[in-house]
Design a protein around this ligand. Sequence first.
Ligand SMILES: NC(=O)c1ccc[n+]([C@@H]2O[C@H](COP(=O)([O-])OP(=O)(O)OC[C@H]3O[C@@H](n4cnc5c(N)ncnc54)[C@H](OP(=O)(O)O)[C@@H]3O)[C@@H](O)[C@H]2O)c1
Length: 328
Amino acid sequence: MNEIIDISKVPVRKLYTGAVMPAVGLGTFGSDKYSPDQISEAVYGAVKSGYRMLDCASVYQNESQIGQVLARLFSEKIVTRQELFITSKVWNDQHREVRKACEKSLYDLGLSYIDLYFVHWPFPNYHAPGCDGDSRNPDSKPFSVEEFMDTWKQCEELVDAGLVRAIGMSNMTISKLEKVLPLCRIQPAALEMECHPSFQQQDLFDYAMSHNIVPIGFCPIGSPSRPERDRTAEDVADTELPEVVSVAQNHGIHPAVVCLKWAVQRGMCPIPFSVKEPQYISNLRCTTVDPLTEEEMALLQKAERNCRLVKGQVFLWPGAEDWKELWE
Ligand SMILES: NC(=O)c1ccc[n+]([C@@H]2O[C@H](COP(=O)([O-])OP(=O)(O)OC[C@H]3O[C@@H](n4cnc5c(N)ncnc54)[C@H](OP(=O)(O)O)[C@@H]3O)[C@@H](O)[C@H]2O)c1
């Protein structure tokens, strides 16, 4: 019998559309390490424990297994569709057929609408799932406002058609947002961005907040199980940073949990991944008890190391040498 967390105690975020979502969700990318069945079982256990927000994507290749589990949760009356907040994302090779991609996610998830649908990356640059970090696609192109806005217009039409309730952007920069936001008929309600103590993206976070865009933080624990292709020698481990470890010791909790408490208290909506019941339960429960002090929040601000983990180098186009060009 797993622990049930009082969801009414979990902080919430309100989108400009009026929709409300919990300030912690469950990530569903298995990092090539966990199978779709393991992940969908974790979704079942997590929802049973109190999770109401799920971060999905077609490229995670597990939406149909998650759909089966959602059907089970609904038929067992553990939760209703209206109580859940479910995201999905259009992958890079489907920027020219967003409706088809969204309909496939709806079919796989067994839903009639998605709460928040993202453009996963602001490029149509495809690479095969699981390819190694050195692989490049000769068809890849740099960011183009025209290409992106064509994709975004298709997302806006999904809102018009009632297939999705809100739309969001992911893996953006301030410079790209400044170019596209004035052109949007329907503004993004959320921005999915990498965020953990060693990579806080304070400027992008502030920019999103000041534009009424809810920041959703991925890799909130520093993605300790990320695939080999996403690792470099310079990366730091958030859970080993002295600032994080010292706050963890103050509270007698795992450093991973400190990262989540910090994110939620800062105003972020982290989406930690775990298939392990004690982990995913503590990741939600930690937002309902024993908050960090102002001094601890200030100390964690000093954990910034400018350590981007998801560099996206496989999306580089011919002629581009450095992954930093993706983030201009
Ligand atoms: N929009 C995007 O482009 C994008 C990119 C990346 C990720 N995401 C989303 O963000 C989600 C989260 O990112 P992520 O999975 O890369 O990284 P993460 O949530 O930072 O790290 C997940 C790992 O942390 C460990 N962990 C979790 N809870 C723990 C706890 N309480 N104590 C100790 N260790 C704990 C687990 O490691 P073990 O497995 O070793 O136990 C787990 O696999 C993804 O699942 C996905 O939904 C989105």
